[in-house]
Design a protein around this ligand. Structure first.
Ligand SMILES: *Cc1c(COP(=O)(O)O)cnc(C)c1O
Length: 429
């Protein structure tokens, strides 16, 4: 049949486009979490294996987003799959303690010397929320400090805009957050120890400083030499707890996270993402004396129906054991991001910067690597969007934002790195 002219110019909708139209009538913005609302419509995933996603439109994409970080071993890793299925056979929720919690706690405390005790919850957001309450309960002080632009999940105390009046009262970043709540959250620029020192010496009400040791939710932005050591000393001198939010960096920058890599011992640590092997899990943890303030041992309340969920415990144990047996993979992955860095360094006629650490990497549309959130905001986000589209056309999925880190997994090998290098070469030329 010869199509009428009208039919000939209107391409059929893709399955993803159709699904998104329905989703928009049922889910706000069509999605369950905002970053997924890729414009003009997100692709829907049918299944995934190793380093690849298969979309509902029949396309295969090389995945450098990896669920925004948790999938260090790649998709549907057989060891994790086996551990989950074995637990499934035995049931998946009891409302009583299981031996699995002891086993996972032992693995975490083995790798992180700053951690004596852990409490399992269900997400990174819950972990930072609980850690901040614990810090307040332990110190008896009211306020917290975070890094401007630092991300610690989606709860009131940390949804504070990185305003220019950084050290003054916080401004809520979301409707519905009371300005009264926000006024107890202060922010300082990353990589500026002096600003922290000034704030802490002027304000005696501060319970904790929460920070991603590497700003992995913007980029990565790396700590200047000595910065983490300085903030450790400054917080200790002012009796302020130092909380490392290692929800991304934990098990990503080596087995003992960024704290092991840089040799810094925080008072409290939050973990998530990789520690659950891709199943929902959050952990807040740290020094015994502080952790013992958690209910039922102490007065700071925390509870959850799904805390220590057997499936997440099983997936976490299998993941950490696998990492333990394949630790050299970390340097292999760091070698791969270096190959991408070298490739980009050889490309002429572009003016951005490539930043990487371990298996985290990002191309910033800015001449110099950002040192903090304010630098990162200067990036050309329109140019980034073009890069995203180009990569997508080349069957590579990178997170659709200039400010989200790209990830590699242990399922990424030389062929995948080659594909990524070609993606950048053709995009940046
Ligand atoms: C992802 C993330 C969180 C929030 O974790 P969820 O599991 O998404 O609630 C908190 N802190 C950091 C550093 C994160 O990267």
């Amino acid at each position: 049949m010869i199509p009428t002219p009208n039919e000939a110019v209107t391409p059929a909708k893709t399955r993803s486009e159709e699904l998104f139209e329905i989703a928009k009538t049922l889910l706000p913005g069509g999605v369950s979490s905002p970053v997924r609302a890729i414009k003009p419509y997100p692709f829907y995933v049918d299944c995934a294996k190793g380093a690849y996603l298969k979309t509902a439109d029949g396309k295969t994409l090389l995945d450098c987003c990896l669920g925004y970080g948790p999938l260090l071993l790649g998709h549907a890793h057989p060891t994790i799959q086996e551990a989950i299925s074995q637990q499934l056979e035995k049931g998946w929720l009891y409302g009583t303690p299981t031996e699995l919690e002891i086993e996972l706690a032992k693995l975490i405390t083995r790798d992180y010397t700053s951690i004596d005790m852990v409490r399992f919850c269900s997400s990174g957001s819950e972990a930072t929320m609980a850690a901040l309450r614990l810090a307040r309960g332990y110190t008896g002080k009211s306020d917290i400090v975070k890094v401007a632009g630092g991300f610690h999940g989606a709860h009131d105390a940390v949804l504070i805009k990185a305003g220019s009046g950084a050290t003054t009262m916080g401004i809520p970043d979301s409707a519905g957050v009371l300005s009264d709540v926000a006024s107890h959250t202060h922010s300082v620029a990353y990589n500026d120890a002096e600003e922290l020192e000034t704030l802490l010496s002027k304000n005696a009400d501060i319970a904790a400083f929460i920070i991603e040791p590497i700003m992995a939710n913007i980029g990565p932005i790396l700590p200047k030499p000595g910065y983490l050591k300085d903030i450790r000393e400054i917080t200790a001198a002012h009796d302020v707890l130092l909380i490392f939010d290692e929800v991304i960096t934990g098990y990503r920058i080596g087995r003992s996270g960024a704290q092991g890599y840089y040799g810094i011992r925080p008072d409290l640590t939050t973990l998530g993402k990789i520690v659950g092997g891709g199943l929902p899990l959050g952990v807040f943890s740290g020094k015994r004396e502080i952790m013992e303030c958690t209910s039922p041992q102490g007065p700071v309340y925390n509870a959850g129906t799904f805390n220590g969920h057997p499936l997440s415990m099983a997936a976490g144990i299998a993941t950490l054991n696998w990492i333990f047996e394949h630790e050299t993979m970390y340097s292999t992955l760091a070698g791969y991001t270096q190959v991408i860095a070298d490739t980009i360094a050889d490309i002429k006629g572009h003016s951005g910067t490539f930043v990487s650490i371990g298996s985290l990497f990002k191309y910033f549309f800015r001449e110099k690597a950002p040192q903090n959130y304010f630098d990162a905001k200067e990036c050309n986000t329109d140019a980034f969007l073009e890069l995203y589209m180009h990569m997508n056309k080349n069957e590579i999925f990178i997170p659709p934002s200039q400010f989200e880190t790209n990830f590699l997994s242990f399922a990424h090998a030389e062929d995948e790195i080659e594909k990524i290098c070609v993606g950048y070469e053709t995009a940046l030329k």
